[in-house]
Design a protein around this ligand. Sequence first.
Ligand code: 5GP
Ligand code: ZN
Length: 119
Amino acid sequence: MAGEPQADCLFCKIVAGEVPADVVHETETTVAFRDINPQAPTHVLVIPRAHYPDAASLAAAEPGTAADLLAAAGRVAEQEKVTGVGYRIVLNTGSGAGQTVFHAHAHVLAGRGLEWPPG
Ligand code: 5GP
Ligand code: ZN
């Protein structure tokens, strides 16, 4: 069924507590934790507890949870005290765009110069 945990999904295992993560923020529908390979001084991943392969499929199936994801990203930015300097929310979609984990996730990046357009 759509949204159900997938046995072979790393981020479902983090949601279930089967794989450890440095969790910084949680809601009923989302979990946020530090990226294991940070690309900026602040690099937090915000994921829905439900499994969808990417942000667009999450938004199509559960628009409320997609909104929760964006709200949680904003809360993380506040917690990290980066709202003043600015931060970037990135939703890599598809392997051609650099997506490597096919459980929807938003990167929250801040703390260094962020080039535009991104590479
Ligand atoms: P993507 O490349 O799919 O947009 O982002 C996946 C992110 O997950 C990468 O930035 C990668 O460093 C991170 N990542 C991969 N495996 C783990 C893990 O086991 N724990 C944590 N905290 N992050 C992970
Ligand atoms: Zn998953």
